[in-house]
Design a protein around this ligand. Structure first.
Ligand SMILES: C[S@@+](CC[C@H](N)C(=O)[O-])C[C@H]1O[C@@H](n2cnc3c(N)ncnc32)[C@H](O)[C@@H]1O
Ligand code: SF4
Ligand code: SF4
Length: 339
């Protein structure tokens, strides 16, 4: 993230992060996500996206997650990224990596403000197919290795969604990341939510202690291991959440907003939209704070710990602690490369 964007994010009183779901369509069939099962619907055109990006800029958004569905499915994805870069947004592209071939890589690495984040949850072919519903593991690994071969210093990040089905694989996936100099981000599976799906193969209620133990180890190591992504405090809060002891708000609506493929904007993807950005102005609608009661009601029951809503809240409200962790970390340069 650009230093100027980071500083304004830490001190802003409005959201500075936005997740843009560019499409709900997907080339995977994941067992924990129902994005791919949604009926095909109209999605924003390029010129509507342009108008929305202009609105986001005016409102004060600094960082955009380009997500979905699978964002690389959009044939105009490179034009969208160029546009967002022209607006000076920082970007994180969340992809399953299947379409991340040499041609796309070559275009994407041109944008220093864009970080690529590939999802990979196992190195086992059968398990990959069980989790992601398609036979694409070899292709994803090939694409990751190609990117690192062509651009060895590129700060590529891998997100592993961890459930009961693949907790045993976490060590191997992290070792793969270390070997290939890829940042590893272990995120937990959630059964609830509009796009998330309950599945007994992923349920970890009866193995919660194992999960807590895993994240305790991550929290101890993360400050000094170069290719482990995140801050100790974020994992410590996640552990509290796993123990049902986390009482604090999430950042939905206040730190981050979500925009769906038709242009409706939400404080959190699990609540009702508070505006339609193809017809209404974010600058006018957000301050009405119609989204606030829903968010409060929701986080008081703490049903989720999504990193994209929790992290900006935690970072903003614990600046001194984060600064101290940064300054005493053995990998300070990696932190700057990673974010
Ligand atoms: C919804 S996907 C969109 C981007 C892209 N299609 C991908 O898979 O990376 C973003 C991330 O959400 C994760 N995810 C999907 N369902 C989830 C669930 N039920 N709990 C936690 N994370 C989930 C995916 O594994 C992925 O890392
Ligand atoms: S998690 Fe990503 S790749 Fe899997 S179905 Fe959902 S959107 Fe597609
Ligand atoms: S806790 Fe926050 S991010 Fe999670 S579902 Fe509720 S409002 Fe959304």
């Amino acid at each position: 993230m650009k230093l100027s964007n980071l500083i304004s994010s830490l001190f802003s009183k409005k959201p500075t992060h936005a997740v843009l779901f560019l499409t709900y369509q997907c080339n995977s069939r994941c067992s924990w996500c129902n994005s791919w099962q949604r009926p095909k619907q109209k999605q924003l055109t390029f010129s509507q996206i342009k108008k929305i990006l202009r609105q986001l800029k005016k409102f004060g958004i600094k960082l955009i997650y380009l997500s979905g569905g699978e964002p690389l499915i959009r044939t105009d994805i490179l034009e969208i990224i160029k546009l967002a870069s022209d607006f000076s947004f920082d970007m994180i592209l969340a992809t399953n990596g299947i379409l991340l071939d040499g041609r796309i890589i070559h275009h994407l690495v041109k944008y220093p403000s864009l970080h690529i984040n590939v999802s990979l949850d196992t190195l086992d072919q059968k398990l990959y197919q069980k989790i992601r519903g398609v036979k694409a593991l070899n292709r994803v690994i090939k694409n990751l290795k190609l990117l690192k071969k062509l651009y060895p210093n590129y700060p590529l990040r891998l997100t592993m969604t961890i459930s009961s089905a693949n907790l045993n694989e976490a060590k191997k996936v992290y070792a793969f990341c270390q070997e290939n100099k890829i940042y590893f981000s272990p995120n937990p599976y959630f059964p609830q939510g509009r796009f998330r799906k309950y599945s007994s193969i992923h349920d970890y209620q009866s193995r919660k202690n194992k999960f807590i133990h895993y994240y305790q180890k991550i929290a101890q190591k993360v400050k000094n291991e170069p290719f482990l992504s995140g801050f100790p405090l974020i994992y410590q809060k996640l552990i509290l959440w796993l123990k049902n002891q986390l009482q604090e708000p999430c950042g939905a609506g206040q730190e981050i907003i979500f925009i769906d493929p038709r242009g409706k904007v939400y404080a959190c993807q699990d609540l009702k939209p508070f505006a339609d950005l193809t017809k209404e102005s974010l600058v006018k609608k957000w301050p009405e704070k119609k989204w606030l009661p829903g968010v409060k009601k929701c986080y008081q029951k703490t049903p989720c710990f999504i990193f994209c809503t929790r992290s900006p809240y935690i970072l903003k409200n614990n600046k001194m602690r984060i600064m101290l962790d940064l300054l005493t970390s053995k990998k300070i340069l990696h932190y700057f490369k990673m974010y």
